[in-house]
Design a protein around this ligand. Structure first.
Ligand SMILES: *[C@@H]1O[C@H](CO)[C@@H](O)[C@H](O)[C@H]1NC(C)=O
Ligand SMILES: *[C@@H]1O[C@H](CO)[C@@H](O)[C@H](O)[C@H]1NC(C)=O
Ligand SMILES: *[C@@H]1O[C@H](CO)[C@@H](O)[C@H](O)[C@H]1NC(C)=O
Ligand SMILES: *[C@@H]1O[C@H](CO)[C@@H](O)[C@H](O)[C@H]1NC(C)=O
Ligand SMILES: *[C@@H]1O[C@H](CO)[C@@H](O)[C@H](O)[C@H]1NC(C)=O
Ligand SMILES: *[C@@H]1O[C@H](CO)[C@@H](O)[C@H](O)[C@H]1NC(C)=O
Ligand SMILES: *[C@@H]1O[C@H](CO)[C@@H](O)[C@H](O)[C@H]1NC(C)=O
Ligand SMILES: *[C@@H]1O[C@H](CO)[C@@H](O)[C@H](O)[C@H]1NC(C)=O
Ligand SMILES: *[C@@H]1O[C@H](CO)[C@@H](O)[C@H](O)[C@H]1NC(C)=O
Ligand SMILES: *[C@@H]1O[C@H](CO)[C@@H](O)[C@H](O)[C@H]1NC(C)=O
Ligand SMILES: *[C@@H]1O[C@H](CO)[C@@H](O)[C@H](O)[C@H]1NC(C)=O
Ligand SMILES: *[C@@H]1O[C@H](CO)[C@@H](O)[C@H](O)[C@H]1NC(C)=O
Length: 731
């Protein structure tokens, strides 16, 4: 054998081996009648292997399966845990000449090795599609929808229920059973010991202390009508379908495969969720929740988990093609999906599992599944995102549930939302009005919420009945930002007893505090270790006052709500060891610190401080007490304010941005000392996607006996108006 022949044989072997490790698959379908009497069937199937592999090798097993008219496929999610898998989903469209039943099947070798079949074993998937017109809906049947992660893992000593959330858009009764080998519904066709399958609820449970190893589950999901119905066909005699009695008495409307693997792992030190096994916490949706999504609007599902003895390392999910996953800097995992008009009216299952790492052990949480229902279009809005503001104008007619004009942002009385007969509109600062800021590897988002507030003249409270989340989402790119590069003007505030103040935050060239850095030279560049000299001073001298630096932080954005910050001064005490406060108990405050590593994590940082102004030389002020290290002194209070006006509230003032000068050697230093990930994602905004998200809270009320209750379902959805006309790069 020549070297090249050997090599290609090895390559062939290698590719067969990797393609051979099957982790299961599933399929669902829906259909519609075309005007020419043919039927279009949209088929979605998921498959998982060691590598990402999406092709359509389904063949026609029985009936007339028509012709394939389109195919798109791609990766859904992947994980190195559980043997390393990749799940793909493909959407296939077929045109069939009539509505008679047909069956599609796919088979191959081999399953991942299971402890009862060391050679993997063949696999087989079968779907039974029957498009007969139902007498109850006058439409062809739609299959149940369900998905699972390709592999779920459970410690041997822990009992867990996997509810294979099945949802039937026709409201049929869904059942699950093991595949039947003579009907080609399975490959290994083994019903593993140590598990129980509740066929009527599609819940798989493991027994405690079952044998460790991988198990393959080859299930079939079936839908049965809840009353007798007739199926009419264009090319054959009508048939009757009846509710389920037993597996041999009457056929289902459709059969879809649902195959996946379970790994029973080494015991965990504890089975209590939240210790080693991650536990889902707010805002993770509940098991089985139905989430509304809108065509062309981004649906956002937030998943958060916690565990005392493991670090949440990932959330793995299974959902529709083109859904994505991002991690925020606050360690929420966000699954995003934007339905298209083709998805209107359909149901899509999404399941997810949180993973926690302790040393070399990786633990899974329970599996949670939700159903996304794609409904009609949501709010039509124009959102304009500029370098520091967001303007939103929403067409009233497209917002259901809005009556009256009691609207404001983030429930902040000073941030009004205006409206006229046709529109609701507002403009607000990206750093004010409680605008929340959130960052992921790819995006930086600014969000605020338009809410109704109680009309004091009304008795009925409509609090939280209506919420629209508005968002400006900026794509991060690796070039220099044009946002937030302007020198901040003086900050003005008025306080009773003190009058109006105007304070300016400036950077100086040296410790002599003579030459201000030129406002046009921002962002300011510093070398590591170089001292940064700053002053916060009144624009015009105010007699008999002193200014006190209560706290200062460095953040990558000029927004006090940014969740990650580097503390410089806290409670009047220097936290960074290089901080020097040059003047205190003076009308202005001068301070300095060394350009620090924190800047290196981001492209640029802002210094944000909270200051307060006090009557000079009064021993009872917060200013006089200086550094309090937290506990001894109550937070800046109003105690003396009203009667004596000896000190103001605390006020926010910021300046920046600052950047570290980059050199080759410096980049090396950063990549060694800091998380390189943060360096490469450093926030730079080039393109802008503006979005409006609706978060409608649908409330329902009910009562039983003398108890009344309220339940609510909320969904967030966003419309992307990323067209250049609606957005603005902030130049
Ligand atoms: C499917 O393709 C075959 C041959 O390519 C053709 O004869 C047949 O009419 C097509 N059927 C449909 C429903 O388009
Ligand atoms: C089904 O066919 C029967 C007989 O052909 C007809 O009476 C009935 O109206 C049809 N049902 C539907 C839903 O079309
Ligand atoms: C399995 O399928 C075959 C062929 O369809 C059928 O005859 C048999 O009854 C099925 N077995 C069970 C247990 O359902
Ligand atoms: C499982 O095994 C452990 C250790 O052998 C034992 O202590 C425990 O009682 C067993 N649990 C059950 C439910 O059998
Ligand atoms: C439903 O159909 C079955 C036969 O397919 C019949 O035995 C049963 O009586 C029918 N039930 C009703 C409520 O019509
Ligand atoms: C299934 O149900 C039918 C009708 O009720 C009955 O005649 C038959 O004996 C049942 N079969 C089994 C296996 O229970
Ligand atoms: C891992 O588990 C041990 C105890 O089994 C615990 O002491 C340790 O803190 C855990 N590590 C993490 C990262 O939680
Ligand atoms: C997924 O996204 C690609 C590229 O954006 C698009 O061509 C394709 O139609 C989408 N597929 C589905 C099923 O949404
Ligand atoms: C309502 O306000 C919007 C946005 O400012 C404006 O375009 C529209 O013309 C106004 N409509 C009426 C009836 O005043
Ligand atoms: C309301 O927004 C204004 C303007 O941004 C801000 O100064 C004020 O602190 C906010 N109030 C609250 C309670 O968040
Ligand atoms: C504060 O007032 C000064 C003039 O006193 C003005 O130049 C500056 O722009 C004002 N700052 C803001 C944020 O409005
Ligand atoms: C503040 O407290 C920390 C530790 O609690 C201590 O190291 C530091 O010296 C204290 N600073 C002052 C100014 O008291």
């Amino acid at each position: 054998m020549s070297v090249s022949a050997l090599l290609s044989a090895l390559l062939l072997l290698a590719s067969t081996a990797s393609a051979s490790h099957f982790y299961g698959g599933s399929m669902s379908f829906n259909s519609r009648k075309n005007t020419d009497g043919t039927y279009s069937v949209d088929i979605r199937f998921k498959e998982a292997y060691h590598s990402c592999y999406a092709t359509d090798s389904w063949t026609c097993r029985s009936g007339n399966c028509g012709n394939r008219t389109s195919f798109v496929g791609g990766q859904v999610d992947t994980s190195p845990n559980g043997g390393s898998w990749c799940q793909t989903e493909a959407v296939v469209k077929r045109t069939v000449p009539n509505n008679s039943p047909f069956q599609l099947q796919q088979s191959g070798c081999c399953w991942i090795y299971t402890f009862y079949d060391m050679y993997g074993g063949n696999w087989g998937l079968l779907t039974h599609i029957d498009l007969g017109e139902r007498s109850d809906t006058s439409k062809p049947n739609t299959s149940p929808v369900a998905t699972t992660l390709p592999i779920v893992r459970v410690p041997q000593n822990c009992a867990r229920n996997y509810n294979l959330l099945s949802c039937d858009p026709d409201k049929d009764k869904v059942r699950c059973r093991y595949g039947n080998s003579s009907a080609n519904e399975c490959g290994i066709c083994h019903q593993p010991a140590g598990f129980n399958l509740d066929q009527s609820t599609c819940t798989l449970s493991n027994f405690v202390n079952g044998s460790r190893g991988f198990y393959a589950f080859e299930l079939v999901m079936e839908d049965y009508p809840t009353q007798n119905i007739t199926l009419n066909y264009t090319a054959m005699a009508a048939e009757v379908r009846s509710p389920f009695i037993n597996s041999s008495s009457n056929p289902p409307l459709s059969k879809i495969p649902l195959q996946f693997a379970v790994e029973v792992e080494a015991p965990a030190p504890s089975c209590i969720e939240g210790e080693y096994l991650p536990r889902f916490i707010h805002p993770t949706p509940n098991q089985g929740e139905h989430l509304q999504a809108r065509v062309n609007q981004e649906l956002e599902i937030r998943v958060k988990a916690t565990a005392t003895f493991s670090r949440i390392s990932d959330v793995v999910f299974s959902g529709p093609l083109n859904s994505t996953k991002e991690t925020t800097t606050t360690e929420e995992f966000v699954i995003n999906w934007t339905p298209t008009s083709e998805n209107y009216g359909q149901h899509f299952p999404i399941c997810f599992i949180a993973e926690g790492q302790n040393g070399s052990r990786n633990y899974q949480s329970e599996m949670r599944c939700v159903i996304v229902v794609v409904e009609a279009a949501g709010p039509i809005a124009q959102v304009t995102c500029t370098k520091d503001k967001m303007s939103v104008s929403i067409e009233r007619a497209t917002i259901s549930g809005l009556h009256g004009d009691h609207l404001r942002l983030n429930n902040n009385a000073s941030c009004a939302v205006s409206s006229n007969e046709t529109h609701v509109f507002t403009t607000f600062s990206l750093s004010g009005c409680g605008t929340q800021i959130e960052e992921t590897d790819e995006h930086i988002s600014f969000k605020n919420t338009i809410v109704t507030y109680d009309n004091p003249n009304h008795i009925i409270t409509r609090k939280n009945l209506f919420k629209i989340e508005v968002m400006c989402k900026y794509q991060k790119k690796s070039s220099i930002t044009t946002r937030f590069d302007a020198h901040r003007p003086a900050v003005n505030f008025t306080e009773r007893g003190f009058g109006s103040f105007s304070y300016q935050f400036e950077f100086y060239q040296s410790g002599s505090f003579i030459n201000k850095r030129n406002p046009s030279s921002y962002p300011l560049d510093y070398n590591v270790g170089e001292r940064i000299y700053m002053e916060i001073a009144p624009v015009s001298v105010i007699q008999n006052t002193e200014v006190f630096l209560e706290s200062c932080v460095a953040t990558p954005y000029d927004n006090p709500n940014y969740p990650i910050s580097y503390p410089i001064i806290t409670n009047g005490c220097g936290v960074d060891e290089t901080v020097i406060i040059h003047t205190s108990h003076q009308p202005s405050v001068k301070f300095s610190l060394e350009a620090f590593k924190f800047i290196g994590q981001y492209d640029q940082v802002f210094i944000s401080c909270f200051i307060m102004i006090c009557e000079a030389n009064n021993p009872n002020t917060r200013c006089t007490k200086g550094c309090t290290n937290g506990t001894q002194v109550a937070p800046p209070s109003h105690v003396h304010k009203r009667e004596a006006a000896i000190q103001t509230d605390i006020h926010f003032i910021s300046q920046g941005p600052l950047r570290l000068k980059r050199s080759a050697s410096f980049s090396d230093a950063i990549s060694q000392s800091l998380n390189m990930n943060l360096v490469s994602v450093a926030g730079c905004v080039v393109s802008v996607v503006s979005m409006v998200c609706g978060m409608m809270v649908y409330k329902s009320r009910g009562s039983k006996g003398n108890q009344t209750w309220t339940s609510s379902v909320s969904a967030t959805f966003c419309v992307s108006s990323g067209t250049p006309g609606h957005s603005n790069t902030g130049k």
